[in-house]
Design a protein around this ligand. Sequence first.
Ligand code: FAD
Length: 442
Amino acid sequence: MNKKTKEQVVMWFRRDLRLYDNTALYFALKKHVHVVSIFIFDRNILDFLEKDDARVTFIYDAVLQLKSDLQKNGSDLRIFYGNPEDIFILLAKEHDVLSVYVNEDYEPYARLRDKKIKKIIEINNGVFQCYKDHVLFAPDEIKKNDNTPYVVYTPYKKKWLDMAEELMPYSIFPSEDYLAHLIKIKKPLKWIKLKNMGFIRSHIRASKYRIDETFLENYNQSREYPSDEHGTSRIGPYLRFGIVSIREIARKAAESHDKTFLYELIWRNFFQMIIFYYPKTTQKSFKVPYDYIVWNNNKKDFMAWCEGKTGYPLVDAGMRELRATGHMHNRVRMVAASFLCKHLLIDWRWGERYFARYLLDFELASNVGNWQWAAGSGCDAAPYFRIFNPKIQLKKFDPDSVYIKKWLPELNTEQYPKPIVEHRFARERVFLVYKKALKRNL
Ligand code: FAD
């Protein structure tokens, strides 16, 4: 492969680590033979991560699985570690023409990266082909009648469902039927070890996911209770890295009598669209006046929140679940996020970064979207005056204290901290602070 060849077609795997129902792979294999598969451990991302980051272990294992799947089909995965631009400059030198197939990524960094790579490829007479794969509807496919993006979920969802009925976006792209068109590689290619990229293997593992008929029918109820470990699907990390096909999952959800699960997948699609049209929301509040809030940003309070020592059991249990497993139940995420912004008056960006560090299913678009929802600053957010009462939430969603007891062994002992802030005081304080910022800047 190192000899200069006339033309080379490359399938560049990114957040689509599977051989079946993969759009870009399907088109690459359908149109070409001898397709080369590559994956890049991107130092622009990895260099900023902690050495024991659980997602790196997760993605590393997924990449090795993909490599093994390719080997079973007589091919292999060429694995790189570095800056994608440098790698494509090198690859382009190996061939007269280099064409690259990828699935679209809507995050700001990925879009900038792809723009640069496209240039490199086109200068070398190749084509850079992008396909929709990560979502059912690309950002520009669902717009309001005046051709502007939706910024409210409910009308977006309605249009999404209408379009789905018309266009059947669940149809698969059977890349698995064309695997004979992969380049044949007999001798296994070398791969880089985790430790050679400076990482250590994390003990945190993603749970297996479950989506069957019974699950989908009961999800509407089961998803409410954090003590029910099987109440939600746990599919987040698998969707994040494209280990499963969103079309396959959404089709199952659409076929179910109860559509609640499908609506959650539409939230995911909605936030992917928002990050595409409003990339600045990764840094700035969607609603500008919210950036005038004068946060308290007390570091001691923040540490208590991170360590699960606020004295509010539902918040604390969630934060400990996050550190121990890389997961936190959605209901608890909402309560913990609201508590940080509204009870402790800490900037939502601090919480967003902390979740980004530890969530196995971390997805920039969904994390930012949901954090802004909790802070009230998002496009379709909880109104600022709706303030979760963590004690009432606990009574409603963990009535027998099963969840909190699991994560807080010292609960009901002297060791468990007293509340770091009083609910009524916090409620009145956040009202005043938000009101002041919004009044002056609306
Ligand atoms: P299930 O309940 O089984 O849902 C199935 C899938 O639907 C999820 O995996 C996800 O892809 C999608 N989904 C469900 N709820 C939402 C939602 N509110 N927004 C967007 N997609 C949704 N989800 C992430 O995927 N990545 C994140 O980084 C993330 N950060 C969050 C931060 C906060 C503050 C909050 C309140 C929510 C966040 N969520 C995030 C949404 C949600 O909590 C998780 O998707 C869910 O808990 C993952 O567990 P699950 O796969 O068992 O979910």
